[in-house]
Design a protein around this ligand. Structure first.
Ligand code: NOJ
Length: 560
């Protein structure tokens, strides 16, 4: 396996709107990010991924781009961006930007032209169709609920939008569209950025003919998964972007690739053939979906979690590289999902950190995860900001569903859980802004904040630092082979990393009970040293069996 910088890096994701506000308008901005670069450097971060900061009317917080080559006014100017870029590079860090190829904003000049008349030269930049039987061209549902089609009066046709109605999908079949995107990508790379996280990339190819999806339950609209996710032919587009842009630069590329199967790993991320360096797969974060899908939730199963991690960890060995994550701006907070924020907030946050940070791959820490931020509980619908939530609410009520149950589902699944302001200190609004934040802060900021955790030796934050250090000092924790152990244990998650005669054993109690752990016989003959533990007393754990404490995490170094 090739050794390269992006495999050794630890990445940190910034959601700029909620990270740090420098001018008191309640919205995070680029100068705010600059003011926190030292913090990130001290944490041990190598690569920063910044969510979209391009010009945008903010229907989907920047994922609706109206100018790919300019900066959103609320976030600053291109000069601010240039200062950010050099500030990051001066500190020996790198930066990757979000690359949104699937759609633009409806305020993008291409779309404004496209919708102006049927024979406009840019008409075919987007996907326009006539209606069918007095309704939409097909039964596809948007990812944000409701129909994926919007009728446009001016020309009497519908346009396709897989996300919000203000995010029309680009027509990737049009070679001019592809060329425009390639030029834009090269423009940013020439500016000196270090790569991209590529948004919603499995959607860029649509099923030819845009057919109706089977609808056995007679729904109004059908999740069109098979119609527009990882459709045959997508790799031609991906390879084109690689050939015409990415391949000419020493960069890091990560595709957001919901639905990309591991069987296609070589084409997605193979060392030679892959379109990207890594992909974000979704299986482990989809684990708590209920029978009705994403907006329903149920208990997640340990056996399934083990199976998914093993599948990706061992399945990519020698083929490609994993992107490791538990959180991002689209996911609820991991402590609230997989840990116990009420009884073991610190222990479970640290255990989860140990779980994902020491696997094979490049770890991505989402802002606030390093201090164990939790889901927020908003009481009113109007406390939420996310367009997706309002669509979901409207569709549910249109279907006659109960308001209380709808609000319960929103509280659990809302993307806004991850979008509340970063909790820097215990001053009003957590030191995020001197104004009024665009979305309310989680009231627990007085207990959970950066300032306090910098001072407390056994804080989640200091634990993250220790983990990052441990990973950097041990190649086995970067390049080592992953093996999963105790597959049938209902509470304890165990894996090892081995590399050139060195090994680590990572033992994690995922629950609040006190299960008995026995070292797998394969490691019985090894000398074991505890190199990290999430309880401050750190017992030496010399016995081959011991009782684990709630959410305990132990990292052993093994030697023959
Ligand atoms: C995935 C992004 O992470 C999400 O925030 C966004 O809403 C959609 N793609 C659409 O761009």
């Amino acid at each position: 396996m090739r050794k390269v910088w992006w495999k050794e890096a630890v990445a940190y994701q910034i959601y700029p709107r909620s990270f740090m506000d420098s001018n008191g308008d309640g919205v995070g901005d680029i100068p705010g990010i600059i003011s926190r670069l030292d913090y990130l450097q001290e944490l041990g971060i190598d690569v920063i991924w910044i969510c979209p900061i391009y010009k945008s009317p903010n229907d989907d917080n920047g994922y609706d781009i109206s100018d790919y080559q300019d900066i959103m006014d609320e976030f600053g100017t291109m000069e601010d961006f240039d200062r950010l870029l050099s500030g990051i590079h001066e500190r020996g860090m790198k930066v990757i930007m979000d690359l949104v190829l699937n759609h633009t904003s409806d305020e993008h000049p291409w779309f404004i032209e496209s919708r102006s008349s049927r024979d406009n030269p840019k008409r075919d930049y987007y996907i326009w169709r006539d209606g069918k039987d007095g309704g939409e061209p097909n039964n596809w549902e948007s990812m944000f609920n409701g129909s994926a089609w919007e009728y446009d009066e001016t020309t009497g046709q519908y346009f396709l939008h897989l996300y919000s109605r203000r995010q029309p999908d680009l027509n990737m079949e049009n070679p001019q569209v592809r060329q425009e995107l390639i030029n834009m990508i090269r423009w940013w790379l020439d500016k000196g950025i270090d790569g991209f996280r590529v948004d919603a990339i499995t959607h860029i190819k649509k099923l030819p003919g845009l057919p109706d999806m089977p609808n056995p339950h007679k729904l109004r609209y059908v999740d069109a998964m098979d119609g527009h996710r990882n459709v045959e032919g997508i790799h031609d587009f991906l390879q084109l972007f690689k050939r015409e842009a990415f391949a000419d630069y020493d960069i890091m590329t990560v595709g957001e690739a919901s639905g990309a199967p591991i069987s296609e790993a070589d084409r997605w991320i193979g060392e030679e053939n892959g379109a990207f360096n890594m992909i974000f797969q979704f299986e482990h974060v989809n684990l708590d979906f209920g029978p009705e899908g994403r907006w329903d939730f149920g208990p997640w199963e340990m056996a399934k979690l083990k199976g998914i991690m093993k599948k990706w960890q061992t399945g990519l060995e020698g083929i490609g590289w994993n992107a490791l994550y538990l959180e991002n701006h689209d996911q609820p907070r991991s402590v609230s999902r997989f840990g116990d924020p009420d009884n073991y907030p610190k222990e479970s946050a640290k255990m989860l950190a140990t779980f994902f940070m020491l696997m094979q791959g490049t770890p991505f820490i989402y802002q606030g995860q390093e201090i164990g931020m939790t889901n927020v509980v908003f009481k009113e619908l109007t406390d939420y900001r996310d367009v997706e939530i309002y669509n979901f609410y409207r569709e549910r009520l249109m279907d006659g569903k109960d308001v209380e149950e709808t609000m319960r589902r929103i509280a659990y699944r809302a993307r806004d859980n991850a979008r509340t302001p970063m909790q820097w200190d215990d001053s009003l609004f957590g030191g995020f802004t001197t104004g009024v934040p665009w979305i309310n802060i989680n009231p627990n900021y007085r207990e959970i904040n950066v300032k306090r955790q910098l001072q407390e030796a056994d804080s989640v934050l200091n634990y993250y630092k220790a983990l990052i250090r441990l990973r950097k000092e041990n190649e086995a924790l970067i390049y080592g082979r992953y093996d999963g152990w105790l597959d049938d244990h209902p509470e304890i998650f165990v894996y090892s990393r081995t590399f050139e005669g060195r090994a680590f054993l990572i033992v994690l109690n995922f629950y609040g009970n006190a299960p008995e752990f026995t070292v797998p016989p394969e490691f019985a003959g090894f000398k074991r040293d505890v190199v990290l533990s999430n309880y401050p007393d750190r017992p030496d754990r010399k016995q081959s069996s011991f009782t684990m404490r709630p959410y305990e995490a132990v990292v052993f170094r093994l030697e023959r």
